[in-house]
Design a protein around this ligand. Structure first.
Ligand code: GDD
Ligand code: MG
Length: 337
């Protein structure tokens, strides 16, 4: 069976990190998110993944030059312009010639869902489309789903205003589709699968959903991206383990590491204190810096104090300075990306 993985979004909420690295290529547990995700699909017997690419396709080709990821064959479908989630699924599936039941996954979701179970559920109900659901505390940032007693979706509301969501069950971003779903998606324009296609399937009574309590996280915001990493470090995500410091990182003596992670290709100088932070490939943190609650891809000068910041690859914090709650560089001032 084949799967389409949506990896072409701009990753706006993770700027400035995503100015240089597309969201699914950011590491979680020292492995790109996309590799985590393709491994989950491999377990379910998926033998080809169609990458629905748009924004920044090159880093994917560079990371998987022989067209294989986690033992699964990759097919690259690059949109000429962003087509939104539904348009991207249609474009990628047409590009790869998909004409059988297939799986779709949002490329920023990490879950321990057994995808084969979702496929079985879909087949047992003779559904046209089936989506995976997970319960969350605040559903307003997601697609919210109401069910009837048989697992059929009676309502799908994308990102309802806070306090108005009918349930706390949300679209967890993994779907099983019959090829007939593709015929519902118009070509040549942006189509949101959530706002346009799902409500249409609901109206026809052919959208089903399976809720599970498996580990699940959307890595698309700085706080959830950090949490996804800590969940691996802390063993909360049972299917994956990792060390705090990757063997390929350069970490000096007398570094005080408090619930933080350092990636391969990062460099941390002596007497640095890292608290609740993620240090990504290419980052340089000079001696004596105090970094907490932050994600760092760029440079932090000696003795700087950085709190609750996201430092992109082009970001630089001067020695001895103090930054709090900032994006560096500030995406609002960066043009031409
Ligand atoms: N190829 C392509 N083209 N991919 C796209 C495009 C596009 O135009 N737009 C978005 N994507 C990809 C993103 O890269 C991401 O992997 C996926 O589609 C979902 O987009 P997000 O921007 O992450 O959406 P979201 O998190 O706000 O909401 C979605 O996910 C939630 C679960 O995490 C929706 O599906 C919600 O209904 C759902 O609850
Ligand atoms: Mg998302």
């Amino acid at each position: 069976m084949r799967a389409v993985v949506l990896v072409g979004g701009f990753g706006t909420r993770l700027r400035p990190l995503t100015f240089t690295t597309p969201k699914p290529m950011l590491p979680v547990g020292h492995r790109p998110i996309i590799e985590n995700l393709v491994s989950m699909l491999a377990v379910a017997g998926i033998d080809e993944v169609v990458l629905a690419l748009g924004f920044k396709p090159e880093p994917f080709r560079a990371a998987f030059p022989d067209g294989e990821c986690a033992g699964v064959r990759l097919h690259y479908a690059v949109e000429p312009e962003p087509l939104d989630t539904g348009g991207a699924i249609r474009f990628a599936a047409d590009h790869a010639g998909i004409d059988e039941t297939f799986v779709v996954v949002n490329g920023d979701v990490l879950t321990d869902l057994d995808v084969a179970k979702l496929v079985d559920f879909h087949r047992a109900r003779g559904a046209e489309a089936t989506i995976h659901l997970t319960p969350v505390d605040d559903p307003s940032a997601y697609g919210v789903v109401e069910l009837d007693g048989q697992g059929r979706v009676s309502r799908f509301v994308e990102k309802p205003a806070p306090g108005t969501a009918p349930t706390n069950l949300i679209n967890a971003g993994t779907y099983v589709f019959e090829p007939s779903v593709l015929g519902r998606i118009p070509t040549g324009r942006k189509v949101s699968i959530e706002r346009e296609t799902f409500p249409q399937l609901v109206a026809d009574g052919s959208l089903y959903a399976m809720s599970t309590s498996d580990y699940w996280i959307d890595t698309g915001r700085p706080d959830t991206y950090r949490k996804a990493n800590f969940d691996v470090l802390d063993g909360i995500r049972k299917s994956l383990r990792c060390d705090a410091v990757h063997g390929g990182a350069v970490v000096a003596d007398r570094v005080d590491l408090r619930h933080s992670m350092v990636s391969a290709g990062a460099s941390v100088g002596p007497n640095v204190t890292l608290t609740e932070s993620i240090v990504l490939p290419g980052a340089v943190i000079e001696s004596g810096a105090v970094v907490s609650g932050s994600i760092v891809m760029g440079r932090i000068g000696a003795d700087a104090v950085v709190t609750d910041c996201v430092i992109g690859a082009d970001g630089s914090v001067d020695s001895g300075s103090e930054r709090r709650n900032e994006l560096v560089p500030d995406p609002a001032t960066v043009t031409g990306r």
